[in-house]
Design a protein around this ligand. Structure first.
Ligand code: ASP
Length: 219
C-alpha cells in the first residue's frame, strides 16, 4: 500500500536474504543494497551468517560442474524435475487487502560473476501494489528485466483495467515468448484472484485461500 520495497543482491553468507531485504525496507533510506555494502549492513544489524560450506549441496555442486563442462548457463526449469530446488517466491494478500511479494534466488547456475538477475529488481522479478497485484517471477532473468515483467502485469491491470488472469496471460504467454524468455510467475490480485502462469514445462507452485485447503501443482 505504501510501495515500500527492499532488496539485496550479491550477498554471501547471509542466512536469510529475504529478512535482510525487509531490513533494507524498514531500517534504511534505500531500496537496493548490493555486495559488501549489503553484507556490512547485515552484520551491523546482527543478522545470521553461515560459512560458505553451509550453502553448498552435493546436488547443486554437481549441477555447477556439469554446466561448466557444457559451458552453459542453466535455469532450474531446464533441469530434471527432481533437481528443481531453486528460486522461491511468495505473494500474499492480507485481510485488509494489502499485497506483498518476495523472491529469493541463487540466480542461474554457472552465471558470470557479478551477474544480477531479475529477482531483486523491483518491477522486474518482484512487485506489489495495492492498486493492482503482487507478483513474484521465476525464469531466465535477463528477459524478465528487459520485459519489466512484474510491473508490466501490474500496469496492464492499473492502466488498462485488465483482470489478473488476462494480464498474466498476455505477459507470460505472449510478450515474454516473443522476447524468447522462459519462465513463469505467481500473482495475487487486489480482488484476491490468483494466477500462476508459466511457459516452461513445469513450475512448482502452491496456493491457499481462506477457508479452502492448500493446493499444490508441478506441471
Ligand atoms: N530468475 C532467476 C534469475 O534469473 C532465476 C530463477 O528464477 O530460477 O536469476
Amino acid at each position: 500500500h505504501s510501495l515500500k520495497a527492499g532488496a539485496v543482491s550479491a550477498v554471501s553468507g547471509v542466512r536469510h536474504p529475504i529478512l535482510l531485504s525487509k531490513k533494507v525496507l524498514e531500517n534504511s533510506p534505500h531500496v537496493f543494497l548490493s555486495g559488501k555494502g549489503a553484507i556490512d549492513f547485515a552484520k551491523h544489524l546482527g543478522m545470521e551468517f553461515q560459512p560458505m560450506k553451509w550453502f553448498i549441496t552435493k546436488q547443486r555442486k554437481k549441477q555447477l560442474i556439469e554446466a561448466k563442462a557444457r559451458q552453459s548457463v542453466l535455469l532450474d526449469h531446464s533441469e530434471k524435475q527432481t533437481d528443481k530446488f531453486g528460486t522461491v517466491g511468495a505473494v500474499a494478500r492480507d485481510k485488509m487487502g494489502h499485497l506483498a511479494a518476495a523472491t529469493s534466488t541463487g540466480g542461474m547456475t554457472n552465471k558470470q560473476y557479478g551477474r544480477i538477475g531479475d529477482s531483486p529488481i523491483i518491477g522486474a522479478g518482484t512487485y506489489a501494489n495495492d492498486q493492482s497485484c503482487a507478483v513474484s517471477c521465476t525464469g531466465h532473468g535477463e528477459y524478465f528485466i528487459r520485459g519489466v515483467v512484474a510491473y508490466d502485469v501490474s500496469c496492464l491491470m492499473e492502466y488498462k483495467n485488465m483482470d489478473l488472469a488476462s494480464a498474466c496471460k498476455l505477459v507470460v504467454h505472449d510478450k515474454l515468448v516473443k522476447l524468447g524468455g522462459k519462465g513463469g510467475l505467481i500473482a495475487v490480485g487486489k480482488d484476491g484472484s490468483i494466477a500462476l502462469p508459466f511457459n516452461t514445462k513445469g513450475m512448482y507452485r502452491a496456493w491457499v485461500k481462506e477457508g479452502e485447503s492448500p493446493q499444490v501443482a508441478i506441471d
